[in-house]
Design a binder for this molecule. Structure first.
Ligand code: AP5
Length: 215
């Protein structure tokens, strides 16, 4: 099964993608994570995209579609893909159709997480992750059970994203409204969009997603 998780920054796409990955034979393909890995490695690609990401703008369509193409090559035929943060423009949506068709695959579900943008600023600015294993936390909604110790790997170092400040978050949201939300009608026409309330608890959102995947 191949699915897209769609929603503005902070809607919970990454959180839910990790939960789906843990329960199904599916792999999270997050273009944001891929781009951050490139920045961290100091590669030419990383240098090229860092300023764009720090400003909260979108990097080029060709570049992210090439990243997804590579990842799909590594994906076994039996593994499903969870597209997280991709596609984000109409051009990317068309590329994804081509990339999947070339491999005899097709999208089964597009799940839109519907959220209140003001609440998202709070979610994003409170977010941090374990520097060792990447487990996600939040200053108010999900703190480590033992202070300063990752629940998953026991690591003691945590990090915050440079683009998780209010000003950049507002730009990211504007980009979502202008360029990403308009791709939904493409999938509506195919009858594969499910809309769920992304403002519930993480468990409630997960339960809704599981219900959609079972149908
Ligand atoms: P990307 O990394 O994709 O960021 P984003 O879309 O802005 O999404 P986020 O990762 O911020 O949010 P999320 O929905 O995953 O929420 P999360 O689960 O973490 O992209 C970053 C940048 O890369 C872009 O700005 C762009 O420059 C570039 N880029 C990436 N892809 C691109 C593409 N395809 N084309 C062009 N450019 C691209 O949750 C957020 C917080 O809330 C967490 O702390 C979490 O614990 C908490 N939380 C989650 N769910 C709940 C809940 N139900 N209740 C309470 N708290 C919750």
């Amino acid at each position: 099964m191949d699915i897209i998780l769609l929603g503005p920054p902070g809607a919970g796409k990454g959180t839910q993608a990790q939960r789906i990955e843990a329960n199904h034979a599916m792999v999270q393909l997050s273009t944001g994570d891929m781009l951050r890995a490139a920045v961290k490695s100091g590669s030419d690609l990383g240098k090229q995209v860092q300023a764009v990401m720090d400003a909260g703008e979108l990097v080029s369509d060709d570049l992210v579609s090439a990243l997804i193409n590579d990842r799909l090559d590594q994906l076994g035929p039996d593994a499903g893909a969870i597209f997280d943060g991709y596609p984000r423009t109409e051009a990317q949506a068309r590329s994804l159709d081509d990339l999947l068709a070339q491999r005899g695959r097709q999208l089964d579900h597009v799940i839109e997480l519907q959220v209140d943008e003001d609440a998202l600023v709070d979610r994003i600015t409170g977010r941090f992750t374990c520097a060792r294993c990447g487990e996600g936390y939040h200053d108010r909604y999900k703190l480590p059970q033992v202070e300063n110790t990752c629940d998953e790997c026991g690591g003691h170092e945590f990090k915050r994203r440079p683009d998780d400040n209010e000003q950049t978050v507002r730009t990211r949201m504007a980009e979502y409204r202008a360029k990403t939300a308009p791709i939904l009608p493409i999938y509506d026409q195919r009858g594969i969009v499910s809309r769920i309330d992304g403002m519930g608890s993480m468990d409630a959102v997960q339960a809704e997603i599981e219900r959609i995947l079972r149908d």
